[in-house]
Design a binder for this molecule. Structure first.
Ligand SMILES: C[S@@+](CC[C@H](N)C(=O)[O-])C[C@H]1O[C@@H](n2cnc3c(N)ncnc32)[C@H](O)[C@@H]1O
Length: 258
């Protein structure tokens, strides 16, 4: 099946449904960022440490699979020259909405995170890639393309899922709170579900997700030529109803340098 086409339509619908990762930052947050007070997220709750960023003024920044009017507008308000690439036209429209509302210059590009051929080698000083590679079937091409379009000394900030989250039967967990191991890794919404489960899933219209091993997430960045300099873990807020959240951090953020 055409994963990108499915996920494009699915994320467009997430915008209509008000999914929290599609809700743009406020005008107040943009105004504060223009005064130097800002933070962004790569994962649900922990702000990215400020020391992870190079000085932003005049920097070429790619927000990779990062539509929704969140990271892009804040970094543009903080002085960077921002390009947002995303597969969902509606997510990109959220970035344009903030840019027009708050007088920011943001370029938006519809495309695939694994194919950055529209950008020349060494086009960016910083790439910001919040949790989104779970929507791509393969992650190593994402790291290879990120490496190619980064300038030497450039920084890649990435958030991703711990693959252990995909072990469980999420249909059951959402209905009953029970965590039952059901899937071998690597997991794929397109291939790991029974025909009946997959049909139910597709009818629901959610984006298709894929687990990636830590070897591909972390080793893949190293194999692409990047040097990892920092890492932290994160979860949903403590009062989240997500059943696995109280047992382990579900997300990882990394800082890597070319
Ligand atoms: C959870 S949202 C992340 C963006 C959000 N700004 C945030 O703060 O996390 C996942 C994003 O990945 C995008 N996406 C999914 N598949 C993609 C692909 N193959 N290439 C580029 N973007 C993709 C979706 O359209 C969606 O905007």
């Amino acid at each position: 099946m055409d994963i990108r086409a499915h996920n494009r339509a699915a994320w467009d619908r997430q915008v209509e449904g008000g999914n929290e990762w599609t809700v743009p930052v406020t005008a107040e947050a943009v105004a504060a960022a223009k005064r130097g007070h800002w933070h962004i997220l790569l994962t649900p709750t922990r702000p990215v440490p400020r020391e992870w960023f190079p000085p932003l003024e005049g920097l070429d920044v790619l927000c990779l699979a990062s539509g929704g009017g969140q990271q892009g507008p804040i970094l543009a308000a903080a002085g960077a020259r921002v390009t947002v690439l995303d597969n969902s036209p509606r997510q990109l429209a959220q970035d344009r909405l903030v840019a027009e509302r708050d007088g920011l210059a943001i370029a938006t590009v519809e495309g695939d995170m694994a194919d950055l051929s529209m950008f020349a080698d060494e086009s960016f000083d910083l790439i910001v890639h919040p949790v989104s590679n779970c929507f791509a079937a393969e992650v190593r091409p994402v790291w290879q393309e990120a490496y190619r379009v980064l300038r030497h000394g450039g920084v890649l900030l990435a958030g991703f899922n711990n693959p252990a989250v995909y072990l469980f039967d999420w249909d059951l967990a959402e209905r009953t709170g029970e965590l039952r191991v059901a899937h071998a890794l690597p997991y794929s919404d397109a291939a790991s579900l029974s025909a009946e489960e997959k049909q139910r899933y597709l009818e629901h219209g959610d984006p298709l997700e894929f687990s990636h091993s830590l070897e591909d997430q972390i080793g893949g960045q190293l194999d692409a030529g990047l040097v990892l300099t920092a890492l932290y873990e994160d979860g949903y807020p403590p009062d989240s109803t997500e059943p696995l959240n109280k047992y382990m951090p579900l997300f990882i953020a990394t800082r890597a340098v070319k």
